[in-house]
Design a protein around this ligand. Structure first.
Ligand code: SF4
Length: 367
């Protein structure tokens, strides 16, 4: 039976026909999908693409999170994690402390270190080069996903270097891929409210284009459920799709529901519902036909929602993330450590086959 024959909703059936024929959906299709209550039909289309790309496989990682400092010059209103230098809660991890934490996580069997932090006014590039080399010395084949486009821009300015030179030096020191943070929502009006000092959306895309041209694969995120409109979401998705069409450098798209607690942003004064999350994830899977992976961070969404999304386009429920700080500062209620067994169970009970991987997806992850 063809995909469209399984869809009852007339408009979604037309979208299914496009998907079946590998015709990219357009912006009005995306608007319809972001508003529909026919989430089962929507899920059938998203799951079709997910299965075409990944069969019965679902990915997870065993990794640690390293938030090297919470001191940040930008103090974005959306951020519950950052503070000023000198605040009682401020910290910078010393290289000794980093060595201790990574060694202990490596001994427990992690494959990947995920590194992001605030824009510190005085940490020069050699701190990061030492950090990366130290981590690779502890385990040479560990996969390092490090620093958002916002941090790379900061490193370039602080050190008087081009972005290309910063990439060269940090690749040389051990960076394997980039996380997708800092994208937030590209629309400038909303960005002005939630993160006025952060690089503009266009600059984020330009830095990703440079990263891709230098052989780095990256993720891309989208923060939703704050002040954005549906058009802002559509704009964000299509900008990612367009750049992916040029570079092919995005491995994974990661929508992130906004957590408001301890931030200075009035969100839509409600948490997302299951339908909201399903619409965002399934639409992302269908619009971003050219981005191989769609990741649901169980820590942001709750483990039950992340598991359900495995049938609405998601193929990756992210990692164990030992010691995550950023989203928990904003009130995420999930435990900050999920064991490997716990993640495998979520996948297996969705009747999918768990595959342990890294942000590079390696041999098993294909794509
Ligand atoms: S979101 Fe990032 S750049 Fe903005 S204040 Fe927080 S740590 Fe700094």
């Amino acid at each position: 039976m063809q995909l469209q024959d399984r869809i009852e909703n007339k408009t979604l059936r037309a979208i299914a026909e496009k998907v079946e024929q590998n015709i990219p959906v357009d912006e009005s299709d995306a608007r319809y999908m972001l508003a529909t209550n026919d989430v089962l039909d929507l899920g059938t289309i998203a799951n079709h693409i997910r299965t075409r790309l990944h069969g019965d496989t679902a990915y997870y990682g065993v990794n640690m999170n390293l938030n090297y400092t919470n001191i940040c010059q930008l103090r974005c209103p959306l951020c519950a994690f950052s503070c000023d230098d000198g605040d009682a809660s401020s910290y910078v991890l010393s290289l000794d402390e980093i060595e201790k934490r990574v060694s202990s996580a490596v001994a427990s069997g992690i494959d990947e270190v995920h590194i992001v932090g605030g824009l510190h006014p005085a940490l020069k590039l050699d701190y990061f080069e030492h950090m990366l080399r130290l981590i690779k010395k502890i385990r040479p084949d560990i996969f390092i996903v490090a620093f958002t486009a916002v941090e790379y821009e900061h490193f370039a300015k602080l050190n008087g270097l081009s972005i290309e030179d910063v990439f060269k030096r940090l690749i040389d020191a051990g960076v394997n891929a980039l996380p997708g943070g800092g994208a937030e929502i590209f629309a400038s009006g909303v960005r002005e409210i939630i993160a006025p000092k952060k690089i503009p959306g266009q600059r984020w895309l330009d830095i990703m284009r440079i990263a891709h041209s230098m052989g780095l694969k990256t993720n891309a995120t989208m923060l939703y459920n704050h002040q954005e409109s549906m058009d802002d979401i559509v704009d964000h998705l299509f900008k990612i799709r367009q750049l992916q069409g040029e570079t092919g450098g995005f491995k994974t798209f990661v929508p992130l529901p906004f957590h408001q607690e301890n931030t200075q942003i009035e969100s839509k004064s409600r948490a997302t519902t299951g339908y909201d999350d399903i619409r965002i994830y399934a639409t992302s899977r269908i619009v971003l036909h050219n981005v191989p992976h769609l990741k649901a961070l169980w820590m942001y969404l709750g483990e039950k929602m992340a598991q359900v999304l495995l049938r609405f386009g998601v193929d990756d429920i992210a990692g164990t993330y030992d010691n995550e700080k950023v989203v928990h500062a904003a009130g995420a209620k999930t435990p900050d450590f999920g064991s490997e067994r716990f993640l495998r169970r979520l996948i297996e009970e969705a009747k999918l086959v768990p595959v342990r991987t890294t942000a590079g997806y390696g041999a098993n992850g294909g794509m």
